[in-house]
Ligand binder design. Structure first.
Ligand code: UD1
Ligand code: CA
Length: 462
C-alpha cells in the first residue's frame, strides 16, 4: 500500500439516539462506537488518523486521550461535506490517498477497508466508494447507476423521489479519494437540499467529470450498517456477539443458547467449556477448559481456571477462581476474591478481597471481606466477617483446618488459630488459640410450664 491517511467523521450530534451523550461514545460491547472504527482504521497502518469532532467534542477527545489522533474541530455541524472541509487545513501538503469513514459504523472490518484502498490504488479513478445492498435501505443515501452500470450519483433519502427510494444499493459512507483533488471538490459543495447541509456524497458527481468514479460493492452488509438510533445499536450488538460466539465455537466452546448471551471482544474460553443461556461475559474474562457457566451468570475482569463449575445467577467481578472450584448458585465474588483449588462458595455468599484456601468451603449465606482463609476450612451458614467499624477496614485471618459453626460473627481484626472450632452463634472478638473451642453463647435456660402460665394470665384478664 502506498501512503494513505484516514479521516473519521464524528462531529454529528446523533439526533436519532435522543441522548445527552455524543453518539460515538455510546457503547457496543462495552467499547465506544468510535473505538471500533478506530481499531479497524489502525489495523490498516495508515500514516495518520484524523478525527473530526464537534458535538460533545471535549468528551469525545477525552475518551480517546491515549490514542494517536489528530483532532479537527467542526464547530457547527453543517453536514458531512462541511466536516471534511474542516479537516482540509490539517491535510494541506499531505500527499497520497485519503480513506474517509463515518464514526458510526462500528462493525466495519479491516479486511473490507483494505480491499477498498487496494482497488483505489490500482485503478485510474480519483474516488472509490463502497456500497452494499440492504433489504431495508431506509435512511441511507442511494447509489444511482446509469444504464452502463457506472455510478452516477448518491441521493440522500430525503432528497429522493419514489423511484430512487426503491433502490436498495446504498452508500456506506466510506470512500477513498485522491488528496490532490479533494479540496477542489469540497469547495464546490452547495447546501441546496432537503436538510440544508453540505453533503459529502455530492463529491461523487464532481469526480465523475474527472476520470470517473469507481465503486466496490460488498455483500457483507452487516459490517457496513451505521448506528443512528438505539434499535440499530441493539442489532449491532447481536452481530458483534455472533462474531465472537462463532470464533469461540470454532475453537471448541459450547453455547446452549448463544443468542441470549452478551460477550466482550476479548473474552477467552477454553475447549469443552459450556456456557449456558443468558450469560454476560464482559471485558477481561478468561475461562479455562472443561468449565460450566450456568444460566444468568455475569462475569467481568475475572480469571476462571479449568474444570470450574459456576452455577446460575452468580456475579463475578475482579475474581480469580482456581481449578476444580465450585461457585454459586447466587454467589457474588467481588474484586480481590481469590478461590484456591477445589474450594467452594455457595448460595448467597459475598466474597470481597479475600482468599479462600484450597478445599475450603463457604457454602451458605456468608459475608467474607478482607479475610485470609487457609486450607480445609469450613465456614458455617450465616458467618459474617465484621471488617468495617464505620471508618476503617480490618483483617480476619482463619488458619488451616478451622471449623466455624453457623451464625457466627468474626469481629476484625481477629485471628482464628489452626484447627480451632468456633461454636455456632459465637461473636469472636479475640484471637482464638490453635486447636481451641471458642464459644460466647449464654447458657440456655428453661422456664417450666410457660405455655400454661401465659394462658392462665390472659384468661384472668377477660
Ligand atoms: C450518511 C451519508 C449517506 C450514507 C450513510 C451511511 C451524507 C450526507 N449521507 O448519512 O449517504 O448512506 O451515511 O451510513 O453523508 N458528521 C459530522 N459532521 C456533520 C454531520 C455528520 O462529522 O456535520 C458525522 C457524524 O458524526 C457521523 C457521520 O458524519 O459519524 C455520518 O453522519 P450521519 O448524520 O450519521 O449521516 P447519515 O444520515 O447516516
Ligand atoms: Ca449514519
Amino acid at each position: 500500500m502506498s501512503q494513505f491517511t484516514v479521516l473519521i467523521l464524528a462531529a454529528g450530534q446523533g439526533t436519532r439516539m435522543c441522548s445527552d451523550r455524543p453518539k460515538v461514545l455510546h457503547e457496543l460491547a462495552w467499547v465506544p462506537i468510535l473505538q471500533h472504527v478506530l481499531n479497524a482504521a489502525k489495523a490498516l497502518g495508515p500514516a495518520r488518523i484524523l478525527v473530526v469532532t464537534g458535538h460533545g467534542a471535549p468528551a469525545v477527545e477525552q475518551a480517546f486521550a491515549g490514542e494517536e489522533i489528530t483532532w479537527v474541530r467542526q464547530e457547527e455541524q453543517k453536514g458531512t461535506g462541511d466536516a471534511v472541509r474542516c479537516a482540509l487545513s490539517a491535510l494541506q501538503g499531505v500527499a497520497g490517498n485519503l480513506l474517509i469513514l463515518a464514526g458510526d459504523i462500528p462493525l466495519i472490518r479491516p479486511e473490507i477497508l483494505n480491499e477498498l484502498v487496494k482497488v483505489h490504488e490500482t485503478g485510474p479513478h480519483q474516488l472509490t466508494l463502497l456500497s452494499t445492498t440492504l433489504a431495508n435501505p431506509r435512511g441511507y443515501g442511494r447509489v444511482v447507476r446509469g444504464m452502463d452500470g457506472h455510478v452516477q450519483a448518491i441521493v440522500e433519502e430525503r432528497d429522493a423521489n419514489a423511484e430512487i427510494r426503491s433502490l436498495r444499493e446504498i452508500n456506506s459512507g466510506i470512500y477513498v479519494v485522491s488528496l490532490s483533488r479533494l479540496a477542489g471538490w469540497i469547495q464546490q459543495l452547495r447546501n441546496e437540499n432537503a436538510q440544508g447541509e453540505y453533503y459529502l456524497p455530492d463529491i461523487v458527481g464532481m469526480a465523475l467529470g474527472e476520470g470517473g468514479v469507481n465503486s466496490v460493492h460488498h455483500d457483507d452488509f452487516q459490517s457496513l450498517e451505521g448506528i443512528n438510533d438505539r434499535s440499530q445499536l441493539a442489532r449491532a450488538e447481536d452481530v458483534f456477539r455472533d462474531r465472537i460466539v462463532a470464533r469461540l465455537m470454532a475453537s471448541g466452546v459450547t453455547f446452549t443458547d448463544p443468542g441470549s448471551c452478551r460477550l466482550a471482544a476479548d473474552v477467552q474460553i477454553g475447549r469443552d467449556t459450556t456456557i449456558f443461556s443468558h450469560c454476560i461475559l464482559g471485558p477481561g474474562v478468561e475461562i479455562g477448559s472443561h468449565c460450566q457457566i450456568g444460566p444468568f451468570c455475569h462475569l467481568e475482569a475475572s480469571h476462571i481456571a479449568a474444570s470450574v463449575h459456576i452455577e446460575s445467577f452468580s456475579h463475578l467481578n475482579g475474581a480469580k477462581v482456581a481449578a476444580g472450584s465450585h461457585v454459586g448458585p447466587y454467589a457474588r465474588l467481588r474484586p480481590g476474591a481469590l478461590l484456591e483449588e477445589g474450594s467452594k462458595v455457595g448460595n448467597f455468599c459475598e466474597i470481597k478481597k479475600s482468599r479462600i484456601g484450597e478445599g475450603s468451603k463457604v457454602s451458605h449465606l456468608a459475608y467474607i471481606g478482607d479475610a485470609d482463609i487457609g486450607r480445609k476450612v469450613n465456614v458455617g451458614a450465616g458467618t459474617i466477617t465484621c471488617n468495617y467499624d464505620g471508618k476503617n477496614k480490618f483483617k480476619t485471618v482463619i488458619e488451616d483446618g478451622v471449623f466455624i459453626g453457623s451464625d457466627t460473627q468474626l469481629i476484625a481484626p481477629v485471628r482464628l488459630g489452626k484447627n480451632s472450632v468456633i461454636a455456632a452463634g459465637t461473636s469472636v472478638s479475640k484471637d482464638v488459640p490453635e486447636g481451641a473451642l471458642a464459644i460466647t453463647r449464654s447458657p440456655q435456660k428453661h422456664v417450666p410450664n410457660w405455655h400454661e402460665r401465659i394462658r392462665a394470665r390472659t384468661q384472668g384478664q377477660k
